[in-house]
Design a protein around this ligand. Structure first.
Ligand code: UDP
Ligand code: MG
Length: 334
């Protein structure tokens, strides 16, 4: 009987020789960057003499990316394409790539050449020295002031809130040993904040600094909404601090309320003239009401995620695959 992957609900297939390196590239409308990406990446990887495969995950692109990818797969046996049935988002596309990878080391990078392929050689060197996770740390970013500040703020607050040790300014660009990939693939959670999960795994990890380039072509595919969701996945997925904040706010406003009652009694009995008016009453009601709604919202964020997990829908659906052998034993679990 054909096995069916519990995560993507697709039938079994595929395997050839195990390549040493798999490179996962999520693609969402990247027709402008794709040709240069393929060329630069191939040049770098061919210089390293290791056998490799390029896994392009087409995350529901609406431009000519699918066509370009099919063309690459036709001409280069090292190119594999997994086309998802719609846009599932960057983190899910990366998970699909990890599921389909076979390499003893697996690299993850953006397809817009913001992550320079040359850094992969440094990754491989560290991996050969025995590191299970090698991640890239952004020394400089060539993005607008607002975006840079938002990222800086996120990484700093995330680091101080997270229950695990996470490096500052390290994005998804990294290389993972097969051991780590197998663990990540086996994790059942739907909300995947890979850079957090990667730290959670542990083992020997090291960062390599690099300068993040500008996007090669086109616009960023991360809308503000997607970025906020990603940040929330980080906070909610790796910290219970926001939930505890409700308790602390409760103590604080109850404390202030108690002091105000004391003050009211003192002014009443000692006949100290005190202001009485509705402004302070309204302010207090709005303040406490606002805090309560905020806390409900935070609880809602956690609850929504619990709901997503218990629904157990597949993480993604595959529309088609190219470049995989039809008897690929490695992918029988997919
Ligand atoms: N991406 C994706 N699905 C999405 C959004 C982005 O696969 O829904 C891909 C995109 O094609 C790129 C990578 O994720 O290869 C990073 O996206 P982008 O460069 O737009 O993000 P930014 O660098 O602006 O944060
Ligand atoms: Mg980018």
């Amino acid at each position: 009987m054909e096995k069916v992957c519990p995560r993507c609900m697709s039938a079994s297939f595929a395997n050839g020789d195990t390549p040493r390196l798999s490179v996962i590239l999520p693609i969402f409308n990247e027709e402008q960057s794709l040709p240069s990406l393929y060329q630069r990446l191939s040049q770098v990887l061919q210089s390293s003499k290791d056998e490799y495969e390029l896994i392009f995950v087409n995350d529901g692109s609406a431009d000519r990316s699918a066509e370009l990818l099919e063309d690459l797969a036709k001409h280069d046996p090292r190119v594999r394409v997994v086309a998802l049935s719609r846009n599932f988002g960057h983190q899910v596309a990366l998970s699909a790539g990890l599921d389909h990878s076979r390499g003893r080391a697996v690299a993850i990078m953006d397809a817009d050449l913001q992550d320079p392929p040359e850094v992969l050689l440094g990754f491989l060197e560290k991996w050969r020295q025995g590191y299970a996770v090698v991640y890239a740390v952004r020394k400089h970013r060539k993005e607008g002031f607002l975006k840079r500040s938002a990222y800086a703020l996120f990484y700093r607050t995330f680091q101080s809130m997270a229950e695990i040790e996470v490096p500052l300014d390290a994005g998804d660009f990294c290389l993972l040993d097969r051991r780590v990939v197998d663990i990540l693939v086996a994790l059942p959670e739907h909300h995947r904040f890979l850079r957090g999960l990667r730290s959670w795994v542990g083992f020997k990890q090291i960062g390599i600094e690099y300068d993040r380039d500008e996007r090669y072509g086109g616009q960023s595919k991360y809308s503000l909404r997607k970025l906020v969701q990603l940040a929330l996945s980080g906070y909610v997925g790796f910290s219970l601090l926001p939930l505890r904040a409700a308790t602390w706010c409760g103590f604080l406003s109850a404390g202030i309320g108690f002091l105000l009652i004391l003050w009211a009694l003192i002014t009443r009995f000692m006949e100290i003239p005190s202001p009485h008016g509705w402004t302070s009453t309204i302010a207090a009601i709005l303040f406490v009401g606002g805090v309560q709604l905020l806390m409900l919202g935070i609880i809602g964020e956690y609850l929504g995620r619990v709901y997503d997990e218990v629904r157990q829908r597949p993480l993604y659906l595959v529309q088609s695959r190219s470049g995989f052998a039809s008897d690929d034993a490695h992918l029988t679990r997919l």
